[in-house]
Design a protein around this ligand. Structure first.
Ligand code: ZN
Ligand code: ZN
Length: 128
């Protein structure tokens, strides 16, 4: 099999793994899942493909103040909630705050092109 075919297959699998889950997993979790289907897969291949998918806008990487990174198979802009107890990242249904960028542009000479908003606290399971 030509090399690019293999790469495409691995990339597709990684994307599938990510789109099948509602959780926002870290690269090593994606690696564990994908390895069940392609046992020869290496972690560096997973990282490389995650970066490719990120570049083409098919997935996004979430960074929480640089303390961890996890991946989201949903490339659309949406907000997230981090539970400080179980460390799960959830999708958070909250209206888009595009006006924040306009307001920020008015307040500063910086050219604001985006913003990042992360909610945190206790998820419903942990606050019971
Ligand atoms: Zn929790
Ligand atoms: Zn998400």
């Amino acid at each position: 099999m030509p090399k690019y075919m293999r790469l495409t297959k691995q990339k597709k699998l990684i994307l599938d793994v990510l789109r099948r889950t509602k959780a926002h997993p870290a690269a090593d979790w994606i690696f564990e899942q994908a390895r069940k289907e392609i046992p020869s897969l290496s972690l560096s291949t997973v990282y490389r493909n995650l970066n490719l998918l990120k570049k083409t806008g098919e997935i996004q990487e979430l960074n929480y103040l640089g303390t961890f990174s996890c991946f989201d198979g949903n490339p659309k802009r949406h907000y997230h909630f981090l539970c400080e107890k179980c460390k799960c990242v959830y999708d958070f249904d909250f209206p888009s705050q595009h006006h924040l960028e306009e307001e920020a542009n008015k307040c500063s000479r910086m050219k604001v092109t985006g913003h990042c908003l992360f909610f945190y606290g206790l998820c419903d399971k942990c606050s019971e």
